[in-house]
Design a protein around this ligand. Structure first.
Ligand code: SF4
Length: 344
């Protein structure tokens, strides 16, 4: 067995009491986790922000995860092992089957897997029951959950302002937008620190001068695993003004209840609701072109056919396997796409 020795910079910023940590593999109602006295650790974030994510992928393969499995899954597996997490939430509906298999492997390895389910048909009443069951399993009280929703909504408003500073004021880069939105899934396991850092960032960002780029792009699909795609697009004169899935992690819709919030959240449900939201944002944000990012071996690439039919602005599909920099062939394809968008 290969031991992973690198220390994740992000992991060190989480609270250190591992007995209180609950691993998550996708966005789940963290209001309930916090209200129950635990803290969430998004294993995707731990993986991708580690010193050497590629090595974490190797570790998973050496421990029997098949090579033809998506790299995010391998990263989740290694992250769970690396930090010695004891509990995690298993999303039985609304995530992917690869995650289900990893849950079983981690369950078999002795972790306590707490099930949670988004209803298949986006049914608010059913979701309400599922939230209640999830809260009962963790021992969270209704009043504490309601207060936590109000508290976290206040923090999410800061992330929504960062988003506005990206597409409206052109003061925040697509990469900064991506990082703040993607970490909204667990808020560093410590929402007070997350809020403090977001406020500090906002203060500095508001003082920046707006930058006008020649092209405005949007990302949809899975959050990219490669580490330099944003800076490469920036070097081509493109401003990424929309990170579709990451924005969903920040719960962009105003809601009065937890069940409404997680019913409006598009990621776990059908692709049509997701496309409606994307079309609205394309218009609002004046987006010139879309990058549909797919992960190798991910089922979501099957949606491409529908997406291309329903979204009528220039689109390029890019796929990656392992974490790391983008390669020369991908750079050439992106350059050609940007040129095509510019000519349009
Ligand atoms: S990229 Fe696709 S296959 Fe991989 S974890 Fe995400 S949804 Fe599952």
């Amino acid at each position: 067995m290969v031991e992973i020795i690198e220390k994740s910079a992000l992991l060190s910023s989480y609270p250190q009491d591992i007995d209180k940590a609950i691993g998550i593999t996708t966005t789940v109602p963290i209001e309930i986790i916090y209200a129950a006295g635990y803290f969430p650790v998004d294993l995707n974030n731990v993986f991708i922000s580690s010193d050497d994510p590629s090595r974490m992928v190797d570790h998973a393969e050496l421990n029997g995860i098949p090579r033809n499995t998506c790299a995010w899954i391998k990263g989740i597996y290694s992250a769970a092992k690396k930090i010695g997490i004891k509990r995690l939430v298993g999303v039985a509906q609304g995530d992917c089957t690869n995650t289900h298999a990893i849950m079983d492997i981690l369950d078999f390895a002795g972790l306590d897997v707490i099930p949670f389910e988004y209803p298949y048909k986006r049914d608010e009443d059913r979701l309400k029951c599922n939230l209640k069951e999830f809260a009962n399993q963790l021992g969270a009280r209704h009043d504490d959950i309601s207060s936590m929703k109000i508290r976290l909504d206040g923090i999410r408003a800061l992330i929504h302002r960062i988003d506005e500073l990206t597409w409206l004021d052109n003061k925040v880069t697509g990469e900064e937008n991506h990082l703040w939105s993607v970490t909204a899934s667990d808020m560093f396991g410590d929402y007070n620190t997350y809020e403090k850092e977001a406020r500090e960032f906002l203060k500095k960002a508001e003082e920046r001068t707006s930058v006008q780029h020649k092209i405005r792009l949007g990302f949809m699909g899975i959050p990219p695993i490669c580490n330099d795609i944003f800076s490469f697009l920036d070097s081509l004169g493109c401003h990424v003004v929309f990170n579709e899935v990451q924005r969903q992690f920040s719960m962009p819709f105003e809601t009065a209840t937890l069940e409404a919030q997680y019913t409006e959240y598009t990621y776990p449900y059908d692709v049509f609701m997701q496309i409606e939201d994307i079309k609205r944002e394309i218009c609002k944000r004046s987006i010139d072109g879309i990058i549909f990012y797919v992960q190798n071996f991910c089922h979501r690439s099957i949606y491409e056919k529908i997406i291309r039919k329903l979204i009528d602005i220039p689109m390029i599909t890019v796929d990656f396997d392992r974490p790391g920099p983008i390669n020369g062939a991908m750079m050439t394809r992106l350059e050609a796409f940007v040129e095509m968008v510019e000519n349009k």
